[in-house]
Design a protein. Structure first.
Length: 262
């Protein structure tokens, strides 16, 4: 049965309410999870990188922290936005950057920024006095640029999924995944101690096999770059809904964690 939201003109900010199921879905745009600002202003105009952003790695984005207190489930979905040029700040001071092309700022990896942003995100949830729901981390969905990247273009012209033997994650995707799992496990352990539930929605291995599911050059002009990052709809990411439903059903069948008083 197809369900439709009650609002005639629903939007992601206010959410979609399904009265028949007493269910509300809200999408919050916060691609870096932490506070974000103009990077060139922070760098004092000394960087010529177009679209440079600055992240306060120790301050969660209020776009989501101000709204989760009444949520039953929070799904965290991030990753690829940390590959762009970024300045990293901690305690109000610049500590480094990723690909900012500024000799006066120490170069850090994208993985450092992602790790610290996840750590801050989980710490904020764990310390939130009013949030008692379940936190789900959706792991990264691999790109299929091969040896190239978004700027230089890639090749994902496959017309069938990889076999398990053919599917191999490149070093970038693998390091992003390992960073996620590492920070998730630490939060999960602390959550268990505090009586808060954390779940891992692991889509990475399955999506590594689906290089055939990207838009590639379809619908693009001849000189436009191939898109081997986003996914076609309908397409492979429809399976994420099935994974999520399975995760929720499994939770309903088993009791949540008990608070460890020791």
């Amino acid at each position: 049965m197809v369900a439709h939201p009650d609002d005639d003109a629903p939007n992601a900010s206010s959410g979609w309410f399904y009265s028949h199921h007493n269910f509300t879905l809200i999408a919050i745009w916060s691609p870096h999870l932490v506070k974000c600002s103009d990077g060139n202003r922070v760098a004092g105009g000394s960087s010529a990188v177009l679209g440079l952003l600055s992240l306060d790695l120790d301050k969660s984005d209020e776009a989501w922290t101000a709204r989760i207190q009444n949520f039953d489930y929070v799904i965290i979905s991030a990753g690829h936005w940390f590959s762009r040029p970024l300045i990293y700040q901690e305690k109000g001071k610049v500590v480094g950057c990723h690909d900012c092309r500024n000799n006066n700022i120490t170069e850090f990896s994208r993985y450092y920024g992602y790790r610290m942003a996840l750590r801050t995100t989980f710490a904020t949830i764990l310390a939130h006095q009013n949030f008692k729901g379940v936190t789900i981390l959706r792991t990264i969905s691999p790109t299929h640029f091969g040896s190239k990247d978004w700027v230089s273009g890639g090749n994902c012209s496959m017309t069938r999924p990889f076999s398990k033997q053919e599917a191999k994650m490149d070093a970038h995707n693998l390091e992003m995944y390992l960073t996620e799992v590492d920070e998730f496990r630490a939060a999960e352990r602390e959550g268990r101690r505090r009586g808060l539930e954390f779940r891992l929605l692991d889509v990475t291995e399955a999506m590594a096999m689906r290089a055939d599911g990207h838009p590639y050059r379809y619908g693009k002009k001849k000189n436009e770059l191939a898109d081997c990052l986003h996914w076609c709809l309908p397409g492979p990411i429809d399976s994420w809904n099935e994974f999520l439903i399975h995760l929720l059903e499994r939770d309903l069948e088993s009791p949540g964690p008990q608070v460890n008083s020791k």
